[in-house]
Design a protein around this ligand. Structure first.
Ligand code: ADP
Length: 458
């Protein structure tokens, strides 16, 4: 069942419920109102008649009754008078040969001075009766009965029922028709959205967008959200394609070197010099490829939302180890750790070591022999700041905004993959921190890593 049909059914069911409730309440109210009105009319009629008798002194009930019963009767209202013995002494002419029904025990009751209503039948029709005593000098001298057929009440109620039935049916039909049309119109943007989504799915065309010119309602918001989602999917899809192309390209160079050296080995393996040169090249390229693959793997993991496990870590230890190890292959450049502050942060020690190694390694690659690389720490608010500065060639100003992008390399300057700084930024951001760079051509570069401090030990 479609959403449109479901909505129509809900609306129509609700309307049926409301109309039925309205009809029942109206019917009941009118029914009890009409009956109360009739009861009131019967009592009034009986009271007036009784009053007329009571105010005529010394005249027998039998004497005045015929005139009385005629005078107070009217079309549909019947009057009957009983004497103190319970005998019928007069009936209104409109009763014809009939009498108003009254049973012995009811006669006794009314002659005992009680007034009451009864439901009986007059001439085969349901009727309402009112009985009341006639008193004179506080003595019951007779009784009066006024009756009316309920046929008028019933006719009015039946007519109301018929009007309700017809108008409810007509209202339902119109509501159903209106609801179908309005629901269709209202759901049209959604239908278009669903059709479009299906087309995108079939054609795999992520560049297509849905146009929407209606108001900024739910359908409008859904269209905007859907288009934004398509844009993000398109960007992610393109990024994935670029990544694959770049990764394949990056792997091609070391693999070609490895294959070339393997060929050399096969051909000149007997020559000890050539063999050791080829083996050394294979080892270097093998290590480079391994590093490249682990960087690629980390990049993919970063994209899939993988998170680092952080635990309290003493940054000083990491910096000391990075400085000492880097100094070993610094080739004439000095790597110094300057008075490190004892920060403890929530971190992943291995990944942080990778960040600082990478920064120092880059600095070494771009600093001429004899230069100086300094690792320094400082505290800025609640940030532990680690700076890695060099006295190297610097980074061109137009390259600075892209330096942390994946696969970005300063043209002509590097043999790397362009993944190092992108990974460094991801790791630092995983720690809730950020990384930035300042650089001046010919003077040097300074990378700053900002990490939230857990505590600073004395
Ligand atoms: P790669 O592995 O190619 O070095 P990175 O992401 O680590 O990739 O660095 C991106 C680019 O930034 C490199 O091409 C390099 O030219 C430049 N770069 C990084 N660090 C420095 C530095 N300290 N001095 C000068 N250039 C740098």
């Amino acid at each position: 069942m479609t959403l449109g049909t479901r909505l129509t059914l809900w609306q129509v069911s609700l309307l049926v419920l409301l109309l039925a409730l309205f009809a029942v309440v109206s019917y009941r109210t009118l029914d009890s109102g009409l009956r109360a009105e009739l009861d009131r009319a019967l009592r009034e009629r009986a009271d007036h008649a009784a009053l007329a008798v009571q105010t005529v002194p010394n005249l027998s009930i039998a004497g005045i009754s015929p005139g009385l019963s005629g005078e107070f009767a009217s079309p549909g209202i019947y009057v009957q008078v009983l004497d103190e013995a319970g005998r019928i002494v007069a009936r209104s002419p409109n009763l014809g040969a009939d009498t108003l029904p009254i049973h012995n025990e009811r006669v006794a009751e009314v002659l005992a001075g009680r007034s009451f209503y009864d439901n009986e039948a007059i001439g085969g029709q349901d009727a309402r009766l009112y009985h009341r005593p006639i008193t004179r000098d506080n003595r019951v001298v007779g009784a009066i009965e006024v009756g009316a057929s309920l046929v008028n009440v019933q006719t009015t109620l039946d007519r109301l029922q018929a009007i309700f039935a017809v108008s409810i049916l007509a209202a339902l039909l119109m509501a159903m028709l209106g609801s179908v049309i309005l629901t269709r119109l209202g759901l049209r943007p959604l239908t278009r959205l669903a059709d479009h989504a299906a087309r995108v799915g079939q054609a795999r065309d992520l560049a297509a967008r849905i146009s929407y010119s209606g108001p900024a309602d739910e359908a409008g918001r859904l269209t905007v959200t859907f288009n934004e989602m398509l844009s993000r999917l398109e960007a992610a899809f393109k990024a994935q394609q670029n990544f694959l192309a770049e990764a394949a390209h990056e792997l091609r160079t070391p693999l070609a070197t490895l294959l070339g050296n393997a060929d050399l080995l096969a051909r000149y393996g007997d020559d000890p010099d050539r063999r050791s040169t080829a083996l050394a090249a294979i080892r270097v390229e093998g290590r480079r490829t391994t590093r490249l693959l682990s960087d690629l793997l980390l990049s993919v993991q970063a994209d899939t939302g993988w998170r680092l496990e952080l635990r309290p870590t003493l940054v000083t230890e990491i910096l000391r180890s990075v400085a000492e190890n880097s100094q070993l292959h610094a080739n004439g450049t000095t790597v110094t750790l300057v008075d490190p502050l004892p920060f403890i942060i929530l971190g992943d020690a291995d990944r942080l070591k990778q960040v600082f190694f990478n920064l120092v390694d880059n600095a070494l690659k771009h600093t001429p022999t004899g230069g100086a690389i300094r690792l320094q720490t400082s505290l800025a608010d609640q940030w532990a700041v680690v700076t890695v500065s060099d006295t190297g060639e610097g980074i061109p100003a137009d390259a600075l905004p892209h330096i942390f992008d994946r696969f970005f390399r300063v043209p002509g300057k590097s043999r790397g993959s362009g993944l190092g700084l992108a990974i460094a930024r991801w790791i630092v951001e995983q720690h809730g921190g950020h990384i930035d760079v300042k650089s001046e051509m010919g003077v040097g570069s300074t990378f700053s890593v900002w990490l939230p401090v857990e505590r600073s030990t004395p």
